[in-house]
Design a protein around this ligand. Sequence first.
Ligand SMILES: [Zn+2]
Ligand SMILES: [Zn+2]
Length: 143
Amino acid sequence: MCLIDDSDGTCTLLHSRQQRARLRHRCTECRRDIEPDEIYLAERTVFDGDAMSHKICAHCQRVRAYLVDHCGGWMYRGLNEDISGHHYYSTASNDAEVRAVRLLAHGMAARWRRGDGTLWPVPNSKPPNAKLTGKPGTPGFSG
Ligand SMILES: [Zn+2]
Ligand SMILES: [Zn+2]
């Protein structure tokens, strides 16, 4: 069950750049604050004549990488719905692959913050948009 299965086309990417936040921004996927000095992905897309800007935090980029690897794509502003749906359909199993998607779903639902307000470590230390291998233990969550 993937959001991309129902999509009716692909948007055109006009601009895509990793940048360091100078001001506080809002992640367009998880809605958390991207604090000054954090690296985030700034993208601009056009679909059906409508241009949109996106700011995607480092954590949400891991969710996107997962969806690229496992589903062949993602929907802008649909990462949370998509990853939580994948979590829902896989709660019965407990293998490493399933634990990885569960952590992504839980992390995103919490906007990547722990109960004490500190930010989660970025899942998996590979560069953004690199492919996840799915090997046991690769997602780099601690605690
Ligand atoms: Zn999928
Ligand atoms: Zn985010």
